[in-house]
Design a protein around this ligand. Structure first.
Ligand SMILES: Nc1ncnc2c1ncn2[C@@H]1O[C@H](COP(=O)(O)OP(=O)(O)OP(=O)(O)O)[C@@H](O)[C@H]1O
Ligand SMILES: [Mg+2]
Length: 502
């Protein structure tokens, strides 16, 4: 046993985030920590890494009772972490971020004490080599994609001589290939005797990479065991405290008239000649690898990215979208993939976040009615199962998955004609995921058109009426539900081939 914690407690004011945190990590083994959104996983991680101090409980490293009074202390003891929320200095370079806190300095000569840039670059490169990934070392971190930012975080965690590596939903923003690289890396670290704690909501990953599991529910330890002795159903039942029904509640809804039509949409660098139509009552899936250009197309539809050509029309009328304001006015809503960066306003309350895009409607252009606002926020927060003490609490005090639900609620509340959901269930637990899908079915039943961008094949196959597969900025093909849903195994293989160009 490298690291053992018992009876960990942590409260924030009246809110108990953790009431009985319990965990043991062994060298050379991967332990999966699983639990619903808000179960206390990230809080436990923050205690292990010295970011939070527990109110009670014990932490032993190699059998010796320890207190990690600050993150540096935990790090010096060999505990590294890749956190759920990327913590990055956007204005610094990739190399500077990777070696943050240990920039090498010249030790002699007139530059003594100054940063040794050559050594810094070499050090960062060495870590990337160990990871087996390539990144532009001198690029500004703020300009990287989310996936690349995660790799920088991972590299930073490995910059230290770690004995324990904690990964809080590390694959949430990675492509299939990057995930495969991550698995390779994890296996390699195992052979070096590193103990790994892996947090994920994806069961296929847990079964692929973990040796042991620990289940948490409502801030407390529920069960532990070996992955080889359990099943997904058993784990889900322990997580939610009951058995779960169907994961994708696809309902059949009559498909109506075309709402949004896109013809030959092009961007100077990101995508080319994209055409598709979405009808009332239809869920149109967009599948592809990370980097295939799906998000960029959606950002263009929402007026966030200028296009170099093509036409967008809504209800047969040509539409000019030069800004999100135009898109919202036309009835297009967009729930971005990067909900931290583009989605929620963290220091504001749940209520204010959800009602923000609707202010004009609620006030009738006049006075704010807090009662009205509260009612709207409550409806959406409930339908998405946001776990929070009340609708007045700040979004930054919610767990990662619950923050995501607030952003989805915020855009759904605008009652658009077309709603674009970019990876809507990333970071969302199984139970809440079914709620989000159910909500999507409600929306189309009300006559909305939904565009679902997802890298998760079971999700697009489960929910979409039609799937557009994109590959390197171009639509590779479009598939009807009958083509992929009749024989799911064949359908999945067909879509995966289309996405990779096979
Ligand atoms: N700083 C804080 N102030 C108040 N409450 C907090 C704070 N941090 C966490 N909480 C609460 O503690 C609970 C546990 O949150 P935590 O982030 O540990 O959940 P999690 O298991 O990581 O969930 P997810 O899967 O959504 O990431 C949540 O109910 C959350 O609202
Ligand atoms: Mg979390």
């Amino acid at each position: 046993m490298v690291l053992t914690v018992e009876g960990l407690k942590k409260s924030f004011g009246a809110i108990s985030a953790l009431s009985d945190g319990r965990l043991s990590l062994m060298p050379g083994r991967v332990t999966a920590l699983i639990g619903e959104n808000g179960a206390g996983k990230s809080t436990l991680v923050k205690i292990l890494t010295g970011i939070y101090q527990p109110d009670a409980g014990s932490l032993r490293l190699d059998g010796v009772e320890r207190v990690f009074a600050a993150p540096q202390v935990a790090q010096a003891a060999g505990i590294s972490a890749v956190h759920q929320e990327t913590v990055m200095f956007d204005d610094l370079s990739v190399a500077e971020n990777i070696c943050a806190g240990h920039w090498p300095c010249h030790t002699r000569g007139w530059r003594k004490g100054m940063i040794d840039w050559t050594a810094l670059l070499a050090q960062a490169q060495a870590v990337l080599d160990r990871l087996g990934v390539s990144l532009p070392l001198q690029a500004r971190c703020g300009d990287l994609s989310i996936a690349q930012k995660h790799l920088v975080e991972m590299a930073r965690a490995l910059c230290h001589e770690s004995r324990v590596l904690i990964m809080d939903e590390p694959t949430a923003a990675l492509s299939h290939r990057e995930i495969a690289d991550l698995y390779r890396l994890v296996r390699h670290l195992k052979t070096q005797g590193i103990a790994i704690l892996f947090i994920s909501h994806k069961f296929d990953e847990i079964f692929e990479i973990a040796d042991d599991y620990v289940v948490m529910r409502d801030g407390a330890f529920v069960a532990e065991g070996q992955i080889a002795d359990t099943t997904t159903d058993a784990l889900v039942a322990m997580m939610v405290g009951r058995a779960m029904g169907a994961i994708f509640p696809k309902r059949s809804v009559p498909i109506g008239a075309p709402i949004l039509e896109v013809r030959g949409l092009s961007h100077p660098t990101e995508f080319e000649d994209v055409s598709f139509t979405v009808h009332a009552g239809e869920i149109l899936g967009f599948y592809g690898l990370v980097g295939a250009g799906r998000s960029e197309v959606m950002q263009a539809l929402f007026g966030l990215t200028p296009v170099s050509g093509g036409e967008i029309s809504l209800d047969g009328q040509t539409l000019r979208v030069n800004s999100p304001k135009d898109a919202i006015a036309a009835g297009i809503a967009y729930v971005p993939e990067d909900r931290q960066g583009q989605g929620a306003i963290l220091p504001m309350s749940i209520r204010d976040n959800i009602t923000l895009p609707l202010l004009e409607r609620i006030t009738g252009g006049w006075l704010l009615s807090p009662k009205n606002e509260g009612a709207i926020a409550e409806t959406f927060a409930r339908r998405l199962a946001v776990k929070a003490p009340d609708w007045h609490c700040r979004v930054d005090t919610l767990s990662g998955g619950n923050q995501q639900k607030v952003v989805i609620g915020k855009w759904l509340a605008t009652t658009p004609r077309v709603i674009i959901l970019d990876e809507p269930t990333k970071g969302i637990d199984v139970g809440s995921k079914a709620k989000v899908h159910d909500f999507m079915s409600d929306l189309v039943a009300e006559g909305l058109a939904v565009i679902l961008v997802s890298s998760e094949l079971p999700e697009v196959m489960g929910m979409a009426d039609r799937i557009v597969v994109m590959q390197e900025g171009r639509p590779y093909g479009s598939f009807e539900r009958a083509d992929f849903a009749t024989n799911p195994a064949q359908g999945a293989a067909m879509l995966a081939r289309a996405a990779t160009g096979g």
